[in-house]
Design a protein around this ligand. Structure first.
Ligand code: GLV
Length: 323
């Protein structure tokens, strides 16, 4: 195949684009800041052999059929693939690529950045100054939570969960985790979910979004957390029932939440969560370091190129397509 038809749904870092261009110079790229609408995407994928997408695109059976039976590979520049109907792709023999590993440290760093910011009220302090409220150093001003000796509960102990545990060691925290499929590492102790919620001063979420984890953090989960605990979410917004979260934050049943991800993204400006001082929200920045995004674009390009050449993807979510 000398000139496969390729569509890339946004301007990804040049590291990945150069790789694609060297091998297949005739690709088409969506040049706008905003992603293509559903209609535009269905139109653009028609007849493509390879698709490189982001987590903002819903890649379902309808889209695969709109592309056509020649579609050889779907490469997502993300580790999470909850936006892709993997079963539909497998049924059509289409390998799905993702970008694990290279964003582990950046995402664990962001989990810690949020944890610190919420615990030590960094954003509240910044807003306080800009509002002209700071009059003097005061012994009781914006007091927060301590890390030394505190218990950090990690829900989901995959690559990113482990990297969070590794960082917590440096802050002399006790670390426990809930993940029936994982082995202990970095001094973290495996516990059941109720134990984790009852004992943790900080709860950090690191599970993928699946039918099993959708609204895992519901009213029942939140009611089991310690009264002064902090919830951090760098996983997926859909893991948290935001109505239940709003209730416990509003009534100060827990100290704070810090969210890198929400459902939907972005949150509508009239979302009640945006009214709360004790809810810190940033725009899905977990992997947003230059290095992580460069490497993600590289892996996404390598998956795309391998798929177009009929080779096994270096990072394939559904290797059963090769059986
Ligand atoms: C980011 O959230 C990703 O899945 O890569």
């Amino acid at each position: 195949m000398t000139h496969p038809k390729i569509f890339i749904t946004r301007l990804i870092p040049s590291r990945g684009l150069i790789l694609v261009e060297e091998r297949f110079p005739t690709f088409e790229i969506w040049p706008h800041e905003m992603p293509p609408t559903r209609e535009q995407l269905l139109e653009k994928v028609r007849g493509v052999d390879g698709l490189l997408c982001l987590l903002t695109e819903k890649i379902d059976a309808e889209l695969m059929d709109a592309a056509g039976s020649q579609l050889k590979v779907i490469s997502s520049m993300s580790v999470g693939v909850d936006h892709v109907d993997v079963a539909a792709a497998t049924a059509r023999g289409i390998p799905i690529g993702n970008t694990p590993g290279v964003l582990t440290d950046a995402t664990a760093d962001m989990a810690f950045a949020l944890l610190f910011s919420a615990a030590r009220r960094v954003v509240e302090g910044e807003k306080y100054i800009r509002a002209g409220k700071w009059k003097t150093w005061h012994p009781q001003l914006l007091l927060g939570k301590d890390f030394v000796g505190a218990t950090l509960g990690i829900v989901g102990f995959g690559r990113i969960g482990e990297a969070v545990a590794k960082r917590a060691q440096g802050f002399d925290m006790r670390v426990i985790f809930y993940d029936p499929t994982a082995e202990p590492a970095y001094g973290a102790q495996s516990v059941d979910l109720d134990t984790l919620l009852h004992q943790s001063d900080f709860v950090s979420l690191h599970v993928p979004l699946t039918t099993k984890t959708k609204h895992l953090v519901n009213a029942d989960f939140l009611a089991k957390m310690k009264p002064n605990a902090i919830l951090v979410n760098t996983a997926r917004g859909g893991v948290v029932d935001q109505v239940a979260l709003y209730d416990v934050l509003k009534s100060k049943q827990i100290f704070a939440a810090a969210l890198d991800v929400t459902d939907p993204e972005p949150l509508p400006m009239d979302s009640p969560l945006l009214e709360l001082e004790n809810c810190l929200i940033v725009p899905h920045l977990g992997s947003a370091s230059q290095r992580a995004r460069d490497l993600m674009s590289q892996l996404a390009a390598e998956n795309l190129i391998a798929g177009l050449k009929g080779e096994r993807l270096p990072n394939c979510v559904n290797p059963e397509v090769y059986k």
